[in-house]
Design a protein around this ligand. Structure first.
Ligand SMILES: CCCCC/C=C/C(=O)SCCNC(=O)CCNC(=O)[C@H](O)C(C)(C)COP(=O)(O)OP(=O)(O)OC[C@H]1O[C@@H](n2cnc3c(N)ncnc32)[C@H](O)[C@@H]1OP(=O)(O)O
Ligand SMILES: NC(=O)C1=CN([C@@H]2O[C@H](COP(=O)(O)OP(=O)(O)OC[C@H]3O[C@@H](n4cnc5c(N)ncnc54)[C@H](OP(=O)(O)O)[C@@H]3O)[C@@H](O)[C@H]2O)C=CC1
Length: 270
C-alpha cells in the first residue's frame, strides 16, 4: 500500500459510515484528514480515533449546502495543514419515496446536499489547489442508479447523475492543473445511515441481498480502501471515470441465473 505521509485530505460526511472508514484509512496511510459534517459529535469521535492511532485530524462542522460554511472549513484545513491534496465528496442525504409523493422541499434537500454540496466543496478545494499550484485528486461517492435509475430514488439518482457529469467535465477542464476527478459507485454498503434510510426492515435487507450476485453487503472499509486508491498516485493516470464496486448488482436481474439460495456466499460484509 502506498504511503500518503505528508498529504492532507478533506472528507465530507467523515464522521460516519463510508466517510469515517475513508478518513481512518487515509490516516492509517500517514495522511492528515479534515472531517466535515453537520454534527460535531461523530466528527470529534473519528478525529480522536485518528489521533489515538498516531495521526493528525481536524473536525470541522459545516453544512455542505452552505458555500460560506464550506469556504470556512477549507480555510481551516489550509491553516491547520498548510496544503490540500485531495477531497472526498461523500456527504449525502437520501430516503426512499414514490416520486409522486416527493415534496418540493424533499427534492431540494437531497439535490442540495448531493449535487450543490459536491460543487461547493469541489470548487472551494480546487481553487486552493490552483492558487497554491499543487496537483490534486477529488473522489465523489455516487451510486450505480446514476446511470441505471431506480424507482423510489428520483432525487438522489438525478443528483448523483449530475455529480458524474460534473466529474467528467472537470476532469477535462482541470487536467491542465493536474487535478484528477473520479467517482466511486459502491453497491449496498453496511452503514447506519443507509441501514435506516434504505433497508430498515429485515425484508428490505433480504430484497437488497437478493439483488447482489455476490450476495453480501459491501463493508465501509473496503469502499474507503478504493477511495484511497483513486486519491493516491497509483491512480495518477485515471481521471473522469467511475470505479464500480457493487458485487455485480448493477448488471441486472438474472432471469436464468442460479436459484438464490444455492449461491453459497456469506451475507456478512468484508
Ligand atoms: C443500491 C443501494 C444504493 C444506495 C445509494 C445511496 C445511498 C445513500 O445515499 S445512503 C446515505 C443515507 N444517509 C443519510 O440520508 C443521512 C443524511 N440524511 C438526512 O440528513 C435527511 O434524511 C435528509 C436527506 C432529509 C436531509 O435532512 P434535512 O435537511 O434536515 O431535511 P428535513 O428533515 O428538514 O427534510 C426535508 C424535506 O424532505 C422530506 N423528507 C425527509 N424524509 C423523508 C422521507 N422518508 N420520505 C418523504 N419525505 C421525506 C421532509 O418531509 C421535508 O420536506 P417537507 O415536509 O415538504 O418540508
Ligand atoms: N451505504 C450505501 O449502501 C451506499 C452509499 N452510497 C454513498 O456513500 C456515501 C456515504 O453514505 P453512508 O456512509 O452510507 O451514509 P451516512 O449516512 O453514514 O453518511 C452520510 C454523511 O453525510 C453527512 N451529511 C449529510 N448531510 C450533510 C450536509 N448537508 N452537510 C455535511 N454533511 C452532511 C452526515 O453527517 P451529518 O448528518 O452529521 O451531517 C453523514 O456523516 C453517500 O454519498 C452515499 O450516497 C452510495 C451507494 C451505496
Amino acid at each position: 500500500m502506498e504511503s500518503l505521509a505528508d498529504r492532507a485530505y478533506l472528507v465530507t460526511g467523515g464522521g460516519t459510515g463510508i466517510g469515517a472508514a475513508t478518513a481512518l484509512h487515509l490516516a492509517a496511510l500517514g495522511a492528515s484528514v479534515t472531517v466535515i459534517g453537520r454534527r460535531e459529535e461523530p466528527l470529534k469521535k473519528i478525529a480522536d480515533e485518528v489521533r489515538r492511532q498516531g495521526g493528525d485530524a481536524l473536525a470541522h462542522t459545516a453544512d455542505v449546502r452552505d458555500p460560506a460554511a464550506v469556504e470556512a472549513a477549507v480555510d481551516a484545513a489550509m491553516d491547520r495543514f498548510g496544503r490540500i491534496d485531495g477531497l472526498v465528496n461523500n456527504a449525502a442525504g437520501n430516503f426512499v419515496t414514490p416520486a409522486e409523493k416527493l415534496s418540493p422541499n424533499g427534492w431540494r434537500a437531497v439535490v442540495d446536499i448531493v449535487l450543490n454540496g459536491t460543487w461547493n466543496c469541489t470548487s472551494a478545494v480546487a481553487r486552493r489547489m490552483i492558487e497554491t499550484n499543487r496537483p490534486g485528486s477529488i473522489v465523489s461517492v455516487i451510486a450505480t442508479y446514476a446511470w441505471t435509475g431506480h424507482p423510489g430514488t428520483v432525487h438522489s439518482a438525478a443528483a448523483k447523475a449530475g455529480v458524474v457529469a460534473m466529474t467528467r467535465t472537470l476532469a477535462v477542464e482541470w487536467a491542465r492543473y493536474d487535478i484528477r476527478l473520479n467517482c466511486v459507485a459502491p453497491g449496498p454498503t453496511e452503514t447506519e445511515g443507509a441501514g435506516s434510510a434504505l433497508w430498515a426492515e429485515q425484508e428490505d435487507r433480504d430484497r437488497v441481498l437478493a439483488s447482489v450476485p455476490l450476495r453480501r453487503f459491501a463493508g465501509a472499509a473496503e469502499v474507503g480502501d478504493l477511495i484511497g486508491l483513486l486519491l493516491s498516485d497509483r491512480a495518477a493516470y485515471i481521471t473522469g471515470t467511475t470505479l464500480t464496486a457493487d458485487g455485480g448488482q448493477s448488471l441486472g436481474a438474472q432471469i436464468y441465473g442460479p436459484p438464490l439460495e444455492t449461491n453459497g456466499a456469506s451475507p456478512s460484509p468484508r
